[in-house]
Design a protein around this ligand. Structure first.
Ligand code: MN
Length: 720
């Protein structure tokens, strides 16, 4: 292939930026050529053709001189003897910073596993938040690498690059409004990932083209005439959609090949905003509109700044077509994306936008800071970038754009983290709705907050935005840690006391290293979490105890070892569970549903804290051989919280009995949370009912009241 010459590149840049530093571009060109020397690409071309292609590509977007130079130099540090210091000395600090940004990304790109890919994305986000030009050079690099992907021999490598392009680079290009780059990347990746599907789509398109004659031309002509007759000055263009966008639509709508219509897109560019709506009116009054296809991105622009009217109509010759209507200015933004905002004023060589002004970029950074690991980050961002948007409003009329499927909790977090953290309810269009409601386009959302509220771990199951999920997870993590520390301390206090010592964190300091704990708190949390037993800690702090303990272990009778400890009369040494939040360090067993007042015992589960069973739960048998996991627990003072009790009820199969069951429970202040019919015969119903109660006495009262009701045959507390 023919390589772009040095003077051609300079001329291209000077065409839009007359003040560009010609000398620096020339020096960069020569430097890169010299450094890459005789290196070759997989295609057999000289390696140097690659940076030139990347630089040339960027001139299409009228990028500033520094970006063009960065493009020329972008692989020198990675692949040649050149160093960052050389670049800085020869081209200055700004270029060195940009080249460094791109290089850091290259370095990990070659890694294949998921963690590395996530790390790559993390670095990319950091680099582009410093300077969005790093991303632009990176995208151009990716476009050229995708165009030459077929030269790479290794199919796994090709596939990995294509996947990364599809999942990360194409959505990023879309985010900064580089529509054309996005479409090209997607189509090239599509060709690698689904070659057969793409080939048959192309064949089908070719067939339609050949049988329709010059269909696009005829439609164009009619559209032009229609608009001209209405007195509108408009330039109209038309094209076939890309195979990938058609394929996506086929998948979404589940339509087959034969029904494939809607494969042509037309663009109407007019002078002013008013003309856009006039053009829309003209088209809609002449052609029937396809329902649900109209979108007004002029009054509510996309987050990347894209503005246009979109509609679908049964157009000329009754062909289903898509029409986009926009002004010249909107068109420029749509074509150039962020690059449309660089202005080349006289005396100033390109004004660059700091990446941080992009709201979505700030959000990515925010997630980045709070995600516990890069994979978590990748998961958030990938999901989010793929989703369509819904637009909702605050009561004051501010627009909040969210991914499809977003809930009021996502909305609350989008408004402000504090609003999210403290939200207790939501009014959607004036009506109180559950927090898990999926929001629709145009919903007005009012968030009710309470200072006493904290993020609920269960929210994580239904939120869809990365920001909300990251905040909730972070809260759960810190909260969980605090709980593990509390529980661990209670366990250690008891273990120390059993040996006749008072527990003091100071005593742990000497053994931190042995357990690889960073601090005393850390060690205590490990005990609470169950990754370390209290006995291991005690016997390490007091080595002289070890032998005595082993001897003691041996005399415990076989079988119900653990239960022996729990059944001791003296419960003063039991760990109180008061103040520990269920679901974090503590879990109530699903088999026996312990209630305050029940005799309970804890089973330590490695990494999960403690599961609480009633002392007579049959499931405890399986832990008989691991007494070290048993933990004496007591309820502590009542916390006034509701607990779930479960009862088995058998009632006569006659009208009204179910009603009397629920009435009796309600009269006794029990709140039914679940009711299931487990068995049904001609005479009887058998039910399982979950009731929120204060404690075991409360449940006993309810059971007694039920037993006193005539149509109820039997009531038992459910066991397993
Ligand atoms: Mn490269």
């Amino acid at each position: 292939m023919r390589m772009m010459r040095q003077f051609e590149l300079v001329e291209r840049v000077k065409a839009y930026d007359p003040l560009a530093d010609e000398d620096a571009i020339n020096r960069a060109y020569v430097f890169a050529m010299k450094m890459h020397g005789s290196q070759k690409r997989a295609s057999g071309d000289p390696y140097f053709s690659h940076p030139i292609e990347v630089a040339g590509f960027l001139t299409k977007y009228r990028l500033d001189c520094a970006s063009i130079i960065t493009a020329l130099l972008h692989d020198t540090i990675e692949d040649t003897p050149a160093t960052l210091a050389d670049i800085e000395r020869l081209f200055g600090a700004e270029i060195a910073r940009l080249v460094d940004g791109v290089t850091k990304l290259n370095r990990i790109e070659l890694q294949s596993d998921h963690a590395k890919q996530a790390e790559n994305l993390r670095k990319l986000v950091l680099a582009m938040s410093e300077d969005i030009r790093v991303l632009l050079v990176k995208l151009a690099d990716r476009v050229h690498n995708m165009r030459t992907l077929h030269y790479i021999q290794n199919p796994d490598k090709r596939r990995r690059i294509a996947l990364e392009t599809m999942e990360i680079y194409a959505p990023l290009a879309e985010r900064i409004g580089m529509q054309e780059i996005k479409m090209e990347l997607e189509d090239l990746a599509f060709a690698e990932l689904h070659p057969e599907a793409r080939a048959s789509l192309i064949a089908r398109l070719k067939f339609l083209r050949e049988h329709g004659g010059d269909l696009i031309g005829r439609i164009l002509e009619e559209l032009r005439k229609t608009l001209a007759d209405a007195g509108l000055e408009a330039s109209v263009s038309g094209r076939e959609k890309t195979p990938y966008s058609i394929w996506l639509k086929m998948q979404k709508k589940n339509v087959g090949f034969e029904q494939l219509s809607d494969i042509m897109a037309f663009r109407v560019v007019v002078d002013g905003v008013e003309d856009c709506y006039r053009a829309l009116g003209t088209i809609h009054s002449k052609y029937p509109m396809v329902p649900n296809r109209f979108k007004d991105y002029i009054s509510t622009p996309k987050p990347n700044g894209y503005r246009s009217l979109h509609t679908g109509v049964f157009g000329p010759e009754r062909h289903r077509i898509e029409v986009q209507i926009r002004t010249r200015e909107m068109h420029e933004v749509a074509e150039l994306g962020v690059a449309a905002h660089w202005k080349y004023k006289s005396g100033d060589s390109g004004q660059f936008t700091d990446g941080r002004q992009y709201r979505w970029l700030r959000e990515l950074l925010d997630i980045l800071e709070h995600a516990s690991n890069p994979e978590e980050f990748l998961e958030h961002t990938k999901l989010e970038m793929f989703q369509d948007q819904v637009f909702c409003f605050t009561p004051k009329g501010d627009l909040i754009s969210l991914p499809r499927g977003a809930t009021p909790v996502d909305f609350a977090y989008a408004v402000h983290s504090v609003v999210g953290d403290t939200c207790v309810g939501a009014k959607v269009n004036g009506r109180i709705m559950p927090l898990r409601t999926r929001l629709e386009n145009g919903d007005q959302v009012e968030i009710v907050t309470s200072k006493a509220q904290t993020p609920n771990p269960t929210w994580e199951r239904f939120v869809v935005t990365g920001k909300a999920r990251a905040r909730i997870r972070r809260f759960v993590r810190t909260q969980q840690r605090a709980q593990y520390v509390d529980l661990g301390r209670a366990i250690l206090v008891r273990a120390f006391r059993a040996e006749g010592y008072d527990f003091a964190e100071k005593a742990l300091e000497g053994v931190l290293k042995i357990f690889k704990a960073a601090s005393a708190d850390d060690l205590v949390a490990m005990v609470g979490e169950g990754t370390l037993t209290a006995r291991e800690v005690v016997s390490t702090v007091f080595p002289e105890l070890k032998t005595r303990q082993q001897r003691a272990d041996n005399v415990v009778p076989m079988g119900r070892k653990g239960r022996g400890a729990a059944e001791r009369k003296d419960r003063s040494n039991a760990v109180p569970i008061k103040g520990l939040i269920p679901g974090m360090a503590l879990h109530f067993a699903g088999c026996c549903h312990p209630l305050p007042g029940d005799r309970i015992v804890g089973i330590v589960t490695t990494g999960k804290g403690v599961t609480i069973h009633t002392i007579d739960c049959e499931n405890l048998e399986q832990y008989a051989d691991t007494p070290e996991r048993w933990l004496d627990l007591s309820w502590g003072e009542s916390d006034g919280q509701a607990h779930m009790g479960r009862i088995d009820v058998v009632v006569a199969n006659e009208p009204g009995t179910l009603g009397s069951v629920t009435t009796v429970i309600a009269k006794n202040m029990g709140n039914i949370t679940n009711l299931k019919i487990t068995n049904r015969t001609v005479e009887f119903f058998e039910l399982i009912i979950d009731i929120e109660v204060r404690d075991v006495k409360h449940l006993t009262n309810i059971i007694a009241a039920l037993r006193a009701t005539p149509s109820i045959n039997s009531v038992e507390r459910a066991r397993n």
